[in-house]
Design a protein around this ligand. Structure first.
Ligand code: 0X9
Ligand code: ZN
Length: 597
């Protein structure tokens, strides 16, 4: 059965009675790329076969099957429509003529004229139209001069073609350099124009609202913000000069194609064929090596030099999503409960101002496998990481009408304020890889992060608790300071056959003991042990007597303790003692062949 629907969304474009300003110069040696008669089509792709077929029939996949009912978006050439019709795939035309859209968008921008576009003042009128790279730069300077001591401009490096990449720093006057920071960046993908505008709006409102807006004042009391509006200047310039729908940077690849997808060029999970492409012509080409591109290197080095950055938000468009790690694997991240909370808070913030629907969840399962993405890199380094997708749901796609720039900015501001408040609440002590396997018989080190935006942490208090076996409170060892909010933990050497448990704690000034909020219900991480050759030590999970030997006495001990309702005897680790737990224990006990290592 085949359903074909044509959906045309007419967006009102208000004419603005001003003299036309000159469009940015086009590179003389490159022809503009036109998209006459090309459509953006939403195709139902629920199986890999359907996805492959849709990709084969289209010029470019714009996404690969989203969360809202298994639909993917594809750019289709005029001559491809017949084959799509004949394919049996269910589809909806979302944009009937891409070139007409691009022309209308440019006419609207040109109609505003220089007078309005070249606004130097750090004024909200700037957000009435999309701005060029040069205009972003001028507005950044205007914000710096109108908010001295609050806004500053930091150089991160240059793009491949030598265009500067810069950040705005927004901080209350006199803030320490290493105050906890939230880092946002936009236009990693060149055609996602609203993203740069949205983060500039955020910067403007934070700077303006420091004194006058209570929530903004509170966010800036505990955090500073770094904001990179144009991460991919070469690609962005190219979307103005030659091809409105360019995504990647402008790297000349071997074989004559151009561009690396910068959001496949970060190191975490880099190189996986699921979630990125090795083909230089692909829209998701990952480059020749992780961080092969100067743009990703510039951001990496900026963040690495600032260990006080605790959250990183990479802003994209479109489809209204808040995407947390992981992107490269379907495995659940350590701290998933923390992410669930923060995702919900972020999402509620984005939805607040206009009631638009945003969805949140891990990247891999919410949209698609994406490897070498920025959020995974951040998460693997102890930061919280997100990639978010702005408006809309496909009606206008990358060419969100300029009238929605301010609403989008308001949504982002609302989301980020929610997030900053949630970060304030969370004095947390954790290691990303707390439960990763270690070699038996050898000590192992871990980096522990202690986040403390309200400065209630007793600086010398972060400590590791470790024990071999399930009983007891374990032994406390102070953690060695490494950098602001970073410490080093050393796990004790544990022999094969033992079970190593760890957890981290710190004291707050008010006397509370703070732990990692996401440790398993019994309060300890179990650290798997492996032999020097990499094979796992066989651990007997049912060895209740903790002597490394399973024997019937252990079962007796277990049953005795179980009926004394000692929390230590709770077998399922779900926090509840119930008869099923005992049943599971007995079943496992008699079915598990175990030789202690
Ligand atoms: O595929 C991407 O890179 C992003 N979608 S987009 O349509 N804007 O290209 C989503 C990736 C999620 N981003 C991060 N996890 N950083
Ligand atoms: Zn993107």
């Amino acid at each position: 059965m085949r359903t074909t629907l044509a959906l045309m969304v007419i967006t009102g474009i208000a004419g603005v009675p001003c003299a036309a300003g000159p469009p940015p110069a086009r590179l003389p040696f490159e022809q503009p790329v036109r998209h006459d008669g090309q459509r953006v089509v939403r195709v139902r792709v629920e199986t890999p076969a359907e996805r492959e077929l849709a990709e084969a029939l289209s010029a470019e996949a714009w996404d690969c099957g989203g969360p809202r009912g298994g639909w993917g978006r594809y750019r289709v050439l005029p001559e491809g429509m017949d084959a799509l019709e004949a394919s049996g795939l269910e589809f909806v035309v979302e944009i009937a003529d891409l070139q007409a859209r691009a022309d209308a968008e440019r006419a609207e921008i040109d109609a505003l004229g220089l007078g309005e576009r070249a606004l130097g003042a750090a004024d909200l009128a700037w957000f009435n139209a999309y701005k060029t790279y040069a205009e972003y730069s001028a507005y950044t300077d205007a914000l710096v001069s109108s908010h001295p001591g609050v806004v500053s401009r930091l150089a991160l490096g240059n793009s491949l073609q030598g265009n500067p990449i810069w950040a705005l720093r927004i901080a209350s006057p006199g803030s320490a350099t290493d105050k906890p920071a939230v880092f946002l960046f936009a236009l990693q993908h060149a055609r996602e124009w609203v993203t740069g505008m949205a983060v500039m709006y955020l910067a403007q409102r934070l700077a303006e609202g420091l004194e006058s807006d209570e929530r903004i004042g509170a966010a800036l009391a505990t955090h500073q913000f770094y904001i990179v509006p144009v991460m991919n200047p070469d690609g962005y310039l190219y979307t103005w000069s030659n091809n409105r729908f360019w995504r990647k940077n402008r790297r000349p690849n071997a074989g004559g194609t151009v561009g690396v997808d910068l959001n496949r060029n970060w190191s975490e999970g880099w190189g996986l064929d699921s979630g990125s492409s090795a083909s230089p012509g692909s829209a998701t080409y990952r480059g020749t090596a992780a961080f092969s591109e100067p743009e990703t290197r510039a951001l990496r080095d900026f963040v690495s030099a600032r260990p006080w950055i605790r959250a990183q938000v990479d802003v994209h468009s479109y489809t209204q999503l808040i995407l947390s790690p992981w992107g490269y694997t379907g495995a659940t991240i350590a701290h998933a409960p923390l992410y669930d909370n923060l995702n919900a808070t972020f999402e509620a913030g984005m939805e607040g101002p206009y009631g638009f629907d945003y969805l949140s969840g891990p990247t891999f399962t919410t949209i698609y496998p994406a490897s070498g993405v920025s959020a995974d890199w951040a998460a693997a380094r102890g930061m919280l990481g997100w990639g978010i997708e702005c408006r809309d749901l496909g009606q206008t796609g990358f060419e969100l009408p300029a009238a929605q720039i301010v609403p989008q900015g308001q949504e982002l501001l609302s989301g980020i304020l929610n997030l900053a408040e949630a970060l304030d609440d969370a004095l947390r002590v954790f290691a990303i890889d707390a439960a990763a396997a270690v070699t038996a018989g050898a000590a192992a080190t871990r980096t522990v992060f202690a986040y403390d935006s309200l400065s209630t942490l007793v600086a010398t208090s972060p400590r590791q608790m470790a024990r071999l076996g399930r009983l007891g409170e374990g032994e406390a060892t102070a953690l060695a300071p490494l950098a602001p909010n970073r410490y080093q933990a050393t796990y004790p050497a544990a022999p094969c056959g033992a079970t190593l448990y760890v957890r981290f704690e710190a004291d707050a000034a008010d006397g509370r003991t703070v732990r990692d909020p996401d440790v398993p219900a019994n309060g300890w991480y179990t650290v798997p042990l492996r032999r020097a050759d990499g094979t796992p030590c066989t651990v007997c999970p049912t060895d209740f007597g903790q002597d490394g030997i399973i024997d019937p006495d252990d079962l007796g001990d277990y049953i005795t303790l179980y009926f004394q309702a000692d929390a230590q005897t709770e077998y399922n680790h779900d926090g509840t003692l119930n008869p099923d737990d005992l049943g599971d224990y007995i079943t496992d006990y008699f079915s598990f062949a175990c030789t202690p290592g």
